[in-house]
Design a protein around this ligand. Structure first.
Ligand code: ADP
Ligand code: G6P
Length: 470
């Protein structure tokens, strides 16, 4: 007897499942929350809607049946080692990631990578087509899967298909470099609604569709022969309830006090929390901080920097080089300016639980978020949501999508080390009234626009076929 697998009315398709399969020292396989902003944002949305999540388990050559974890139905897609190398490390993270982030690193254009990208996107499209019920809503996520909307529509024209890009969408001058630019645009145009983090991303997409696909456009719309595609911006956000609850938890607050004690109760604790990625401007912020010591404006005991850097994409060469450079930089800075038992930079190459992360946010006087380019940056919003006490300061790059909303941050241009250093110093020495004034205004924005509202606005627009109200 053939047993029909369960079909879902709501399906999320993302490169990664929200949990990674990890093997512990005893050879036991367990699940661990996977890194990055996409997972942080979609998990709470999925937990509140019954649906299925189609994605990769994070390690090669795993063939797994659908399973449940953290209150979600998960549908694994298998990738071979070669797929991981060519599609994930290759086209996704050595071609698209640098191209979409202002070519901070040089993108690699290689046909074998593109072919793997097409092949793997087809596999995700088939898995989504299998998982979706008649007329279901399917929400495809991010740059790794830009061909899925078109492929899925060919398989299942009955579905309502949305796509959201979590990273920036580049302007014509950069996107033009891509040898497969038309195919990517056509892939995205398979969706009914294409969402971006910023207004610029949405208008770049509309302009590029006109230029490279010869299509008519009007405002937010791209006209195809038989249907219209909406393109709009939906700035992503954080799970405010989770963060406010954790920040109000007494044990988390005690842990924050303990962290400061462990650091020797410095006058200022500065904090960076990132995936170890060259887009994040980690080197620039550490240089600015170190120069404050070099200039003798700050001395050991006055300030400590804690940099938490989650390991990321460690087999991609640029990431390996970056790690070496940062570790050299931290070693040099401490060698020059630390005192016995008191490093000026505490560097932790690891990932923390949400609880420990919030304790770090509460301990930090200055949160330092300095990407050279970032679609949004959830860390900035997490810090703001956590600081109900209004006592922290946020140093924020104008190249992060979050800068559009968090305008009362201490804004910096991370390419300008002198300016960054000055603003960092100001943020460290701001009085309580000034800090509270800035934080109150930023909190108002984040509390009103949380991740649930983001998902609701996107899905309402997708289901109604209309743009969201301005
Ligand atoms: P990206 O999506 O590029 O990784 P974001 O700042 O938008 O950047 O999102 C990163 C997410 O990963 C945030 O939710 C943040 O809390 C989480 N995160 C980053 N570094 C760590 C870490 N070391 N430990 C635990 N979570 C982390
Ligand atoms: C960013 C991307 C996500 C990605 C995450 C972690 O948030 O937008 O799509 O999942 O980084 O990167 P990884 O390569 O580990 O999935």
């Amino acid at each position: 007897m053939v047993i029909e697998s369960k079909k879902s009315e709501f399906v999320v398709v993302a490169n990664r499942l929200p949990v990674d399969r990890v093997t512990d020292e005893d050879g036991e396989a367990t699940w661990r929350r996977s890194p990055g902003g996409l997972v942080t944002a979609i998990v709470p949305v999925m937990q509140r809607r019954e649906g299925a999540w189609v994605g990769w388990v994070g390690s090669p050559d795993e063939e797994l049946e659908p399973f449940e974890a953290e209150g979600m139905s998960l549908v694994p897609v298998s990738l071979s080692s070669r797929d991981v190398e060519l599609y994930y490390e290759g086209f996704s993270n050595a071609t698209l990631w640098p191209l979409y982030h202002d070519v901070i690193a040089r993108p690699i254009y290689r046909r074998s990578l593109w072919e793997a990208y097409e092949r793997v996107n087809q596999r995700f499209a088939r898995a989504a087509a299998e998982a979706a019920a008649e007329g279901a809503v399917v929400w495809v996520q991010d740059y790794q899967l830009q061909l899925v909307p078109k492929m899925l529509r060919e398989l299942r024209p009955d579905l309502r298909i949305g796509f959201f890009l979590h990273i920036p969408f580049p302007p014509m001058e950069l996107f033009q470099q891509l040898p497969w630019r038309r195919e990517i645009l056509e892939g995205l145009l398979g969706a009914d609604l294409v969402g971006f983090q910023s207004r610029d991303g949405a208008s770049n997409f509309v302009r590029l569709s006109r230029r490279f696909c010869d299509l008519k456009t009007q405002g937010h719309e791209v006209m195809l022969d038989d249907r219209t595609v909406q393109a709009d911006h939906f700035p992503i956000s954080v799970d405010v309830n989770e963060l406010v609850t954790l920040a109000g938890d007494e044990s988390v607050q005690q842990r924050a006090v303990q962290i400061r004690e462990e650091l020797g109760n410095p006058a200022s604790m500065l904090l960076g929390v990132d995936r170890l990625d060259y887009t994040k401007g980690i080197q620039q912020r550490l240089q600015a901080f170190t120069e404050l010591f070099e200039d003798r404006r700050v001395k050991s005991g006055d300030a400590v920097f804690v940099q938490v850097a989650t390991p990321s994409r460690e087999r991609v060469e640029e990431y390996r080089i970056l790690r070496d450079e940062i570790e050299l930089q931290v070693g040099r800075a401490n060698g020059m300016y630390a005192e016995l038992g008191a490093p000026i930079i505490n560097y932790l190459h690891t990932s923390y639980s949400r609880k420990e992360l919030v304790a770090l946010y509460l301990a930090a006087d200055v949160m330092v978020v300095t990407p050279l380019r970032d679609g949004m940056n959830l860390v900035a919003k997490e810090y703001v949501a956590s600081r109900a006490d209004l006592r922290g300061a946020l140093l924020l790059s104008e190249f992060a999508g979050a800068a559009n909303e968090l305008q009362r941050a201490y804004m910096i241009n991370p390419y300008d080390i002198g300016g960054t250093k000055q603003r960092m110093y100001e943020a460290m020495h701001a009085g309580p009234v000034e800090r509270a004034r800035r934080m109150r205004s930023m909190r108002r924005r984040v509390l009103e626009h949380d991740v649930d509202l983001w998902a609701k606005e996107f899905l309402d627009a997708l289901e109604s076929g209309r743009s969201k109200p301005e």
